[in-house]
Design a protein around this ligand. Structure first.
Ligand SMILES: [Zn+2]
Length: 295
C-alpha cells in the first residue's frame, strides 16, 4: 500500500529519516533539458538511511528546493553519465572534500562504470585539485565506493544487489544510448533500480517491453521514463501505451519534457490516446517534491 504525501508544506526541510517505512521522493521529474521541472533524480529514504539516485546539473538546486544541501546527502547511486544524472557530482565531491572537510559520502557503483564515470566525466574538474598531492586524485579520494554484488542465479548477469540499511537496491542494466544500440552489450553503461522488491524505477532507457513485464510481477508501483516524441533514447509515451492495461495501471511516468501538460503539442488524434496519462490507463505523471510512502 502506498500514499502520495505533501512534503515541506510550511517550508520545513525534508527529513532524511522516516519512522521505518520506505519513502521515495523525486526531487525532479523532468527531462534532461526541462526548465519547468527539475531533472529526474530520486531520493530513497527508509529509517535512518537514504540514497540519492543521480544528482544532475540541477540536482543541488533540486535538493535546495527541499531545504537540503548536498553535504547532508551521504549516499549516492549514479545510473549513467548524462549530465542530468551526474552533473552535480563535481559539486558533491569538491564541497565535501574542501569546504566541509567532512567524511567522504558513499557512492554505490559497479567498478566497470566507476572507471568511465571518473575518466570520461568527472576527472577533468577534480583530479588536479591539489598541486602538491604527488598524484592525480581518484574517484575513491572523494567518495567511499560501495560495490553491489551480482544477483545469484541471474543468467544474463545484468542485475546486481546492494543493501543500505533496510533499503534493498537491485541495479539492472538498461539500454539507453546510443539510439542505435539493439541490446545492452551495444549500450553505454546505464541502469535502473528496483527498491525493496516493491518499487521499480526504469532509469533512462529505450523501450524494452521485457523489463516492465518482468518487474510488474513483483512491483507494487512502477515509474517509467517517458519521452513525448518517438525515436531517440527514451521510451516514448506511444510505446508505453502498448503495455497491457494491468501494467499501465501500476505505472507513473517521469522524465517528461516541458510540454507534458499540453498534449495537443505532442499527441495526434490518430495516435489513439489522449495524452492525459490517467485517461490513458496510467497512474499519472510522477509529481516532483512529493513523497511516495510505502507501508
Ligand atoms: Zn540519459
Amino acid at each position: 500500500m502506498y500514499s502520495v504525501t505533501e512534503i515541506c508544506k510550511s517550508g520545513e526541510p525534508l527529513s532524511l529519516k522516516t519512522d521505518g517505512h520506505l519513502r521515495v521522493v523525486f526531487i525532479g521529474t523532468g527531462s534532461a533539458f526541462a526548465k519547468r521541472r527539475r531533472q529526474s533524480n530520486i531520493l530513497i529514504i527508509q529509517g535512518d538511511h537514504h540514497v540519492l539516485v543521480d544528482c544532475g546539473t540541477q540536482g543541488p538546486l533540486a535538493l535546495a528546493d527541499l531545504g537540503l544541501d548536498v553535504l547532508q546527502v551521504k549516499c549516492y547511486l549514479p545510473t549513467h553519465s548524462h549530465a542530468d544524472h551526474i552533473g552535480g557530482f563535481e559539486e558533491i565531491g569538491l564541497t565535501n572534500r574542501y569546504l566541509a572537510k567532512s567524511s567522504k559520502p558513499e557512492m554505490i557503483v559497479l567498478p566497470e562504470y566507476a572507471k568511465d564515470l571518473w575518466s570520461r566525466s568527472l576527472a577533468g574538474g577534480m583530479e588536479y585539485c591539489e598541486s602538491k598531492q604527488g598524484r592525480p586524485l581518484q574517484l575513491a579520494d572523494f567518495f567511499k565506493i560501495q560495490t553491489p554484488s551480482p544477483e545469484n542465479g541471474t543468467e544474463t548477469g545484468l542485475v546486481w544487489n546492494y543493501r543500505q540499511g533496510p533499503i534493498e537496491i537491485s541495479v539492472m542494466r538498461t539500454r539507453h544510448f546510443p539510439d542505435t544500440a539493439v541490446n545492452i552489450e551495444e549500450s553505454q553503461w546505464c541502469s535502473g533500480v528496483f527498491i525493496n522488491q516493491r518499487v521499480w524505477i526504469s532509469g533512462d532507457t529505450m523501450f524494452d517491453r521485457d523489463y516492465p513485464l518482468k518487474y510488474s510481477e513483483k512491483a507494487e508501483l512502477m515509474f517509467h521514463d517517458c519521452q513525448l516524441f518517438q525515436g531517440g533514447v527514451h521510451a516514448s509515451y506511444h510505446e508505453l501505451m502498448t503495455l497491457p492495461e494491468s501494467i499501465r495501471a501500476k505505472m507513473f511516468l517521469y522524465h517528461y519534457g516541458d510540454n507534458w501538460d499540453q498534449p495537443k503539442s505532442w499527441a495526434k488524434e490518430t495516435d489513439g490516446f489522449s495524452g492525459n496519462p490517467v485517461k490513458d490507463g496510467f497512474l499519472g505523471w510522477t509529481e516532483q517534491q512529493k513523497a511516495y510512502d510505502f507501508f
